[in-house]
Design a protein around this ligand. Structure first.
Ligand code: CP
Length: 320
C-alpha cells in the first residue's frame, strides 16, 4: 500500500494545529484504508506485533468499536479497558495506569476521558503514541476527520460549502474539532443553538473569526450543504440551561421541513448517539439525506489511517 506523504505526528490530540495539506493527507490515506476494507481479506500487516490499548474512561460504542476494528485490520494486538473494570476503581491514577500498560508492552494508547486535556497528560508519561478518542468538551479529532471524510466523499470538497452545526454546542468536542478541520479547508460554518448552549458569539469568533453564530435554525438551514445535528448532552449539564425539552425540540430539532430549506442534495449528519425525537426527528435520521450510517462505516477507515500515520511517525522519527 502506497499511502500519500503527509507530515508525521507521534500523537493525535486535537486538530488545532493541523494544516490543510495534513488534513487532505489523512483523507487520502483513509480512502486507501477504505479500499482495504472492501477486499475479501480486510487486513494489512502494518501494525503486526504491536499492541494497541483502548482506554475508555467514558462510555462509547462507535469510537471504541471502530478503533478496535481499525487496529485489528492493521494486524495489531488490541485490547479495550474501561475505568470500571480496572484498578482505577481502587483509586489508581490515570498516570499510574498508563505506566502499567506501558510496562505491559503497549505501543499505542487510544484514550477517551471525561476530563478535557487528559490525553495531553497521558502523552507526557507514555513512550508510545496517544490518540485522543474524545476528552471532555475539548476535542474529538477522529470524529471530525470521519465527518470530513464523509462530506468530501459526497461533496468533493468542503471549500466554500455552508455547513450548519446545530445543537448543544457548549458541551460539544465534536463541534470544536469540526470547526478546526472545516475552517482550515475553507468551509463556511454556522453554529446554531439557544444562547445558553453556545455562549457569546465573540468568544467563538476570537478563535474562528469567520464562524457565524445563530439562534434561528429555520434561517440557518437556508441553502445549507450540510446539516449536522449534535446530541443534547444532558449528562454534562448542571441544570437551568433549557427552559423545556419540548421548547428546545420545537426551535432546534432537525425536522423534514427544515431539511427542505437546504440544498436539494443536503447531507444530514449526526455523530451519534442520537436522541431521536429531540435534536433530530426519526424520519430525518433515517431519511434519504442521512449520512449517519456512512459516518459510522467511515470511522473504521479513518481510524486505520490515524493509527497508520502515528505508526509511520514512530518508525521514521521516534523522538518527534
Ligand atoms: N460519536 C461518538 O463518539 O460516539 P460514541 O460515544 O458511541 O463513541
Amino acid at each position: 500500500m502506497n499511502a500519500p506523504t503527509v507530515p508525521r505526528r507521534r500523537h493525535i490530540l486535537a486538530l488545532d494545529d493541523w494544516s490543510a495539506a495534513e488534513l487532505r493527507g489523512v483523507l487520502a490515506t483513509a480512502a486507501q484504508m477504505k479500499d482495504v476494507l472492501a477486499r475479501p481479506i480486510k487486513q494489512v500487516p502494518t501494525l503486526r506485533g504491536k499492541i494497541v490499548v483502548n482506554m475508555f474512561w467514558e462510555e462509547s460504542t462507535r469510537t471504541r468499536v471502530s478503533f478496535e476494528l481499525a487496529a485489528k485490520a492493521l494486524s495489531a494486538n488490541v485490547l479495550s479497558v474501561g475505568s470500571k473494570d480496572t484498578s482505577v476503581k481502587k483509586g489508581e491514577s490515570l498516570v499510574d495506569t498508563v505506566r502499567t500498560v506501558q510496562a505491559l508492552g503497549a505501543d499505542y494508547i487510544v484514550l477517551r476521558h471525561t476530563s478535557s486535556g487528559a490525553p495531553y497528560l497521558v502523552a507526557e508519561h507514555f513512550r508510545g503514541s496517544v490518540i485522543n478518542a474524545g476528552d471532555g468538551r475539548h476535542a474529538h479529532p477522529s470524529q471530525a476527520l470521519l465527518d470530513l471524510f464523509t462530506m468530501t466523499e459526497q461533496l468533493g470538497d468542503v471549500h466554500g460549502k455552508k455547513i450548519v452545526i446545530v445543537g448543544d454546542i457548549l458541551h460539544s468536542r465534536v463541534a470544536r474539532s469540526n470547526l478546526w478541520a472545516l475552517t482550515t479547508l475553507g468551509a463556511h460554518v454556522t453554529l446554531c443553538a439557544p444562547p445558553t448552549l453556545i455562549g457569546p458569539a465573540s468568544e467563538w469568533q476570537r478563535t474562528w473569526p469567520n464562524v457565524t453564530i445563530s439562534h434561528d435554525l429555520d434561517a440557518s438551514c437556508e441553502g445549507a450543504d450540510v446539516l449536522m445535528a449534535l446530541r443534547l448532552q444532558r449528562e454534562r449539564m448542571e441544570g437551568g440551561l433549557l427552559p423545556s425539552l419540548r421548547e428546545y425540540t420545537r426551535r432546534f430539532g432537525l425536522t423534514a421541513d427544515r431539511v427542505s430549506r437546504a440544498q436539494p442534495k443536503v447531507l444530514v449528519m449526526h455523530p451519534g448517539p442520537m436522541n431521536e425525537g429531540i435534536e433530530i426527528m426519526p424520519d430525518v435520521a433515517t431519511g434519504p439525506h442521512s449520512m449517519v450510517e456512512q459516518q459510522v462505516t467511515n470511522g473504521v477507515a479513518v481510524r486505520m489511517a490515524l493509527l497508520y500515520l502515528v505508526a509511520e511517525s514512530r518508525d521514521q522519527a521516534p523522538s518527534a
